[in-house]
Design a protein around this ligand. Structure first.
Ligand code: UD1
Length: 443
C-alpha cells in the first residue's frame, strides 16, 4: 500500500529507464604482459562443499574473488558453518559444526547451480539433504538423473517435493558399483563426496576426470579419504568412519588461463600466464599452435605469442581430456577472424550456440545446424552492442570485442564477473581499451 495514500490500493511506479553496467571495448589493441591466474571457480565451489564432510575448520587457498564464492559461502553459513574470507590473502576458512543443518533454499540455489554439490556431503554427514532444484540455465537444461541414480545405488532414497530434491538414508550409505551413462563432472563429485563416508567399497565407472575432479580427490585424501584411480575414469572409494578438516590449495583455473591464451592469439601480442598448468590445457594449446601461435611452457605457467592472423581450427567438445565446452565460445570468436573455414561441434550443452547470434551482430559469418557451427573466417569484425548470456559466452564476446573495429558494448557483464576475477583491470594492464560503465536503459 502507498504510505501516503489513505485508501488501500497498491501503487506501482513504472520507471521509464533503469541503470545498468556494461563493458565498453574499443578494439584494436595488442595484448602484451603478464597475468596471474587464481584457483578454479569450478573447483573451489566443490571444495567448499567438501569441507562439510568434516567437523572443524578447513582452510582453502587460492580462492578467487568472484561472486559465486560469495554465494557458496552464504549457503554454507545458512547450513551453520562459520565462514571467514580474506580476499587479499585469497583464503577462506570454513568452520563446520558437529551437525550442519541440511536445507539449501531456492533463493541461493537459483543463483548458483553448483550448490547442488552440497547434496552428497549433507546426505553423508547429516543423514538427509533438502536441496532446492536448480532448474535449467542459460546454457541449457542440465539433468540430475545420474546424481540421483548414483545416490540410490549407495542406499539413499531420493524424491522431489515442492521444488526440493530430498535425499535421505536410514543407517549408513553403503558401497556400490556405479556406472555413469556419461562422465558427468557434477555427478562424479556428488557421488564421490557421498561415498567417502559410506560403509564399504564404491566404484564409480565412467567417472569424469577433469583436473577439478583430481583436485577434490586430493583434498579428500588429505582429509583422510581412501581413494584409488584418481585421475582415471574408474574411481575406487573405501569408505571411512569420519574425515578431518584440512588445508588445501585450489587447482589453477584452466579456463581463465585458456581465455588469455585465445585472447592473445586473436589480438596479437605476447602474454605470460602465471600460476597455470599447461598440461591441463594440452588439447587447447595444441589447437592454438595449429592456429599459428607459439606456446612455451615456463616454470609456473606458459607464454603464448600471437604474431599474425590465426588459421581456422576445427574443435569438438568432449569431457576431459577432450576439448572443454567452456572454451568453445572463445574458439568460435577466434575462428570468426581466422583465415579459412572451421567446424565447431558442441557435444555437452545444446544451448551454448545461442551466443552465435551475438557474434553475428559483430559481423561474424557463423551458421549452426544442431550440434555443429560452421564458421567462415572474416578479415575483421565490427563493434556493436551485444549481450553476455553466460560466463563463457561473455568471455568469448570480450575477446571478439578486442579485435572488432570501433566500440563493442557488452550488456549483462555480471555473468562474466562470476567466473573471472579482475578481468578488466588485467585486460587494461595488457594494453586493451576496456571500461566498465553505467548506462541507462530506456527500453
Ligand atoms: C561442470 C562445470 C561446467 C562445465 C561442465 C562440463 C561447474 C560449476 N560447472 O558442469 O562449467 O561446462 O562441468 O565440463 O563445475 N547431465 C545429465 N544428467 C546428470 C548430469 C549431467 O544429463 O545427472 C548432462 C548435462 O545436462 C550436460 C552433461 O551431462 O549435458 C555434462 O554435465 P556435467 O558434466 O554434469 O556438467 P556440470 O557438472 O553441470
Amino acid at each position: 500500500m502507498c504510505a501516503s495514500c489513505s485508501v488501500g490500493v497498491n501503487v506501482y511506479v513504472a520507471y521509464p529507464w533503469e541503470v545498468m553496467e556494461v563493458f565498453e571495448i574499443v578494439g584494436g589493441a595488442r595484448l602484451v604482459g603478464e597475468v596471474r591466474v587464481t584457483g578454479a571457480k569450478n573447483s573451489v565451489l566443490k571444495l567448499m562443499a567438501a569441507a562439510l564432510l568434516a567437523e572443524g575448520a578447513t582452510t582453502l587457498r587460492e580462492v578467487p574473488d568472484i561472486l559465486d564464492v560469495t554465494y557458496m559461502a552464504e549457503l554454507l553459513r545458512r547450513l551453520g558453518c562459520v565462514v571467514e574470507r580474506d580476499v587479499d590473502a585469497r583464503t577462506l576458512t570454513i568452520d563446520v559444526p558437529e551437525m550442519p543443518s541440511h536445507q539449501a533454499d531456492y533463493d541461493l540455489v537459483r543463483k548458483l547451480r553448483a550448490s547442488i554439490n552440497v547434496l552428497g556431503p549433507l546426505l553423508a554427514r547429516c543423514g538427509e539433504a533438502h536441496v532446492a532444484l536448480p532448474g535449467g540455465d542459460n546454457i541449457g537444461s542440465r539433468g540430475l538423473d545420474m546424481h540421483i541414480d548414483g545416490l540410490e545405488r549407495l542406499g539413499a532414497s531420493v524424491r522431489s517435493e515442492h521444488g526440493f530434491l530430498i535425499a535421505t538414508r536410514t543407517g549408513r550409505l553403503h558401497g556400490a558399483h556405479v556406472w555413469l551413462d556419461f562422465p558427468s563432472v557434477g555427478a562424479t563429485e556428488n557421488l564421490l563426496m557421498a561415498a567417502v563416508l559410506a560403509e564399504g567399497t564404491t566404484v564409480i565407472d565412467n567417472a569424469a576426470r577433469e583436473p577439478e575432479i583430481v583436485d577434490i580427490c586430493t583434498m579428500l585424501q588429505s582429509m583422510g579419504a581412501q581413494l584409488g584411480g584418481v585421475g582415471s575414469s574408474t574411481l575406487t572409494i573405501e569408505g571411512v568412519d569420519s574425515l578431518s578438516p584440512t588445508d588445501h590449495t585450489t587447482v589453477p583455473d584452466r579456463l581463465v588461463a585458456g581465455t588469455w591464451a585465445v585472447g592473445v592469439v586473436m589480438a596479437g601480442g605476447e602474454i605470460t600466464i602465471r600460476n597455470a598448468n599447461a598440461a591441463h590445457l594440452a588439447i587447447v594449446l595444441d589447437k592454438l599452435t595449429d592456429a599459428g601461435a607459439h606456446v612455451d611452457v615456463t616454470s609456473d605457467g606458459f607464454r603464448v605469442v600471437g604474431e599474425s592472423r590465426p588459421r581456422s581450427v576445427d574443435v569438438v567438445t568432449l569431457p576431459y581430456p577432450g576439448f572443454p565446452t567452456d572454451l568453445q565460445p572463445h574458439f568460435i570468436a577466434m575462428n570468426s577472424i581466422a583465415s579459412g573455414t572451421a567446424m565447431v561441434t558442441e557435444n555437452l550443452f545444446e544451448a551454448r550456440f545461442r551466443f552465435v547470434n551475438e557474434m553475428v551482430r559483430l559481423g561474424a559469418d557463423v551458421r549452426t545446424d544442431g550440434h555443429h557451427a560452421l564458421i567462415r573466417g572474416r578479415e575483421s569484425l565490427s563493434g556493436a552492442p551485444v549481450e553476455a548470456a553466460d560466463i563463457r559466452a561473455g568471455a568469448g564476446l570480450v575477446l571478439a570485442g578486442l579485435v572488432a573495429s570501433g566500440t563493442t558494448t557488452i550488456y549483462e557483464p555480471h555473468h562474466i564477473d562470476r567466473g573471472y576475477e579482475g578481468f578488466l583491470p588485467d585486460l587494461v594492464r595488457l594494453g586493451a581499451d576496456v571500461t566498465r560503465k553505467v548506462v541507462s536503459d530506456s527500453s
